[in-house]
Every structure is written in structure tokens, then in C-alpha cells.
Ligand binder design. Structure first.
Ligand SMILES: *Cc1c(COP(=O)(O)O)cnc(C)c1O
Length: 367
């Protein structure tokens, strides 16, 4: 066994850089004696809303809940169809099916891995309510044609921005590109907490008000439950830590961008296809995803050379056992992506030597 020299993601090192600030934030919460729905939550939500360029952010327990509560907030339910890319993390689909809605799976563009806007119109039926876009791997979706379609057909746009904190489309931040946006602050995301956390961004005050009640046991006023809500909160400790990390997000995203630039300039290998960025997208490189015909051989080669790569994701949702009703569906581009993708290490704590090691190892690969 070769000891791993370039780990895929060193979360300890990522948070250790802000040790003093995080310690102070944790102390502040302990000293306050308030653990839920108090100052830290309010402060972080206001800061993150300003950062995204929206009026409101609602803190919730995780990214799946964020998606789920948006769909519930709109009142979408059984019979309603939601258009969604077929190649996404399963959470996007679980939020749809949890509400009894029907996901209508659309293929991505193979170059960017994001939903192909040219295929959306054909997927719309009289039952379609929303287009749920996923800014996959940190790259904003090509929103211009999607906004035009949604406007023409009277559909809501929901963003799954769980992998794209801080990314911009034509200068506008994700979170502000549609009607409502879900964020995850899972520890490994570009803006990550020290546990589970999530948020919803929107300019829609009415929706915000409904979602806040849903997330709070269906109550607007304490002990008055107008509907069957859920308990989904961003706690004070996570909010305080996220406040610290938000201040470093742009800097961290710039570091990711510099590594991506080095990979794009220096990886030269006919067996490897590099990711493409849409001209309107300012990518934040949550993941750097290449394609290789023989992906598993590439992963083995990298591991033998001290580089820990991963695969996001080995199988698309429609081929998972959880969605056995769709297993016979054929989505060739999605399935090809899942067969061929490998994620190279990328993070704000990688050293220049580690970046060179990854480049050398990838360039030395032959299938
Ligand atoms: C991480 C992620 C989620 C879910 O977030 P959790 O906080 O883990 O619930 C949803 N969608 C995408 C695309 C993700 O990457």
C-alpha cells in the first residue's frame, strides 16, 4: 500500500486555519446560553443573504431539508411535475419525491455536466410547476435560456446551490438566480459547518414566511400550528462557525480557482477529458471532474501514485435501488458521465507541491 500523499480533502486542515476565530465563535455561543433561533442564526442569515444578493435567507437543518421546504412552501404535491437534471446527487430527487411530486429527468450537456437547456422545453407538460436546476460541481447553470423558458411558461425556478456557494452567472451570485435556492453547509462543501446545516435564499417574502412556519412545526405563533410542519433549524453553534467561514469564502474560492487553472493549463493527456466552463459562468470548483474511458483504471493509477481521487457519482439516481421504478429508463449521456467521471483533489489547503503531484500523476496515466 502506498501511503496517501495527496488526500482528496483534508477537512481538519481546512478548519484549523480559522482555529482562533472558530474558538471565539463557539465561546460566544456558550457564554450566551442561547442554542437555537437566536442572534447567531439571525446574523449569519442576514450576512449570507447580503452575500448572495437576496432579501432573505432561512437557516434550516441541512441541504435536503432546504430543497424539501422550498417545494412544500410552494405547495407543490402529488401530480405536480418538476424538471430536474438526471445527473445529480440523490438529495435533489429525494426532495421532489418526498413531496409526492414527479421528477422529470433531463439530460445534461456532457461538456459542462449541467442540465442541457435545449432539452427543457420538450419536457414541459401541463403538470409542470418548476425547473429545479443544480449548479453541479460548483458551476452555475446556463440560466439565460432557462429564465426565458420559465418566464414564457409560468414556471418557478428553484436552484440547488449545495455545491456552488459564491459562484456567479453573469456577475450575479447563485442563490439569486431563480425564485428560491437551497444551500447545504455540509462540512465538505465550499462553505461548510462543523456538522449538518442548510439554508434557503429567496427574494419572495410570502414564500419566506410560509417556509419559516413549515420549518418551525407549522407555527407562526408559538403553540399555534396552522399546518403539519417539520423541525428544521440552523443551530447557533453552526451559524456562528458559518459566520466565520463566510468571511473567508471568496478567498477560498479564489484558491480553488487557481488550482483549477493549473490543472486546465498543465494536464495534457489524450486519455483525459477536462471539464468545460460556460462563458457566462464564474465556477467555484467544488469538484474538479475529468472524464476517462477507463475511469477505474485511472483511479487505481492515481492511487498507486499517491493521489486520492474520488468519483461523483458512481451511479445516477435512476439506476439506484431506491428508485427501482426507473431502473429501466435510459439516459445515455447521464449514464456515460457516471461511467467516466473522476474527481481530482481540489481544496483551499492544497500545497503547490501537491498540485504538481496531481498533474504529474494524471499526465503519466495511459489507458
Ligand atoms: C450535498 C448536496 C445536497 C444535500 O445536502 P445535505 O446538507 O447533505 O442534506 C443536495 N444537493 C446537492 C447537489 C448536494 O451536493
Amino acid at each position: 500500500m502506498n501511503a496517501i500523499m495527496v488526500p482528496f480533502l483534508d477537512l481538519h486542515a481546512i478548519n484549523e486555519r480559522f482555529r482562533e476565530e472558530i474558538d471565539a465563535a463557539v465561546k460566544r455561543v456558550l457564554d450566551s446560553g442561547w442554542y437555537l433561533q437566536s442572534r447567531e442564526n439571525e446574523a449569519f442569515c442576514a450576512e449570507f443573504a447580503a452575500y448572495c444578493g437576496v432579501r432573505r435567507v432561512l437557516g434550516v437543518a441541512n441541504g435536503l431539508d432546504a430543497l424539501d421546504i422550498i417545494i412544500r412552501g410552494y405547495g407543490f404535491g402529488p401530480g405536480d411535475e418538476i424538471i430536474v437534471p438526471a445527473n445529480t446527487y440523490i438529495a435533489t430527487l429525494l426532495a421532489i419525491t418526498r413531496n409526492g411530486c414527479v421528477p422529470v429527468l433531463v439530460e445534461p450537456a456532457i461538456e459542462t455536466y449541467n442540465i442541457d437547456p435545449g432539452l427543457i422545453e420538450a419536457a414541459i407538460t401541463p403538470k409542470t410547476r418548476a425547473i429545479l436546476v443544480v449548479h453541479l460541481y460548483g458551476q452555475p447553470v446556463d440560466m439565460t435560456p432557462i429564465r426565458a423558458i420559465a418566464g414564457r411558461r409560468g414556471l418557478k425556478i428553484i436552484e440547488d446551490a449545495a455545491q456552488a456557494h459564491g459562484a456567479r452567472h453573469k456577475g450575479e451570485r447563485v442563490g439569486s438566480l431563480g425564485d428560491a435556492a437551497a444551500f447545504s453547509f455540509y462540512p465538505g462543501k465550499n462553505l461548510g459547518a462543523l456538522g449538518d446545516a442548510g439554508g434557503i435564499a429567496t427574494n419572495d417574502e410570502e414564500l419566506y414566511d410560509r417556509m419559516r412556519a413549515i420549518a418551525n412545526y407549522g407555527a407562526r405563533v408559538k403553540y399555534e400550528h396552522a399546518e403539519k410542519g417539520v423541525n428544521s433549524r440552523l443551530d447557533e453553534l453552526q451559524a456562528a462557525v458559518l459566520g466565520v467561514k463566510l468571511r473567508h469564502l471568496d478567498d477560498d474560492n479564489r484558491k480553488r480557482g487557481a488550482i483549477a487553472k493549473a490543472y486546465l493549463e498543465s494536464i495534457r493527456n489524450d486519455d483525459i477529458v477536462l471539464p468545460a466552463t460556460h462563458p457566462d459562468a464564474d465556477h467555484v470548483w467544488h469538484l474538479f471532474v475529468v472524464r476517462a474511458k477507463n475511469r477505474d483504471a485511472l483511479l487505481r493509477h492515481l492511487e498507486a501514485n499517491g493521489v486520492q481521487a474520488q468519483c461523483h457519482y458512481p451511479a445516477p439516481p435512476h439506476k439506484q435501488k431506491a428508485y427501482s421504478e426507473w431502473n429501466s429508463m435510459q439516459l445515455p449521456i447521464t449514464e456515460r458521465i457516471h461511467r467516466e467521471v473522476a474527481s481530482l483533489p481540489i481544496s483551499p489547503v492544497m500545497t503547490p507541491g501537491q498540485v504538481l503531484r496531481v498533474i504529474g500523476a494524471v499526465n503519466a496515466y495511459s489507458s
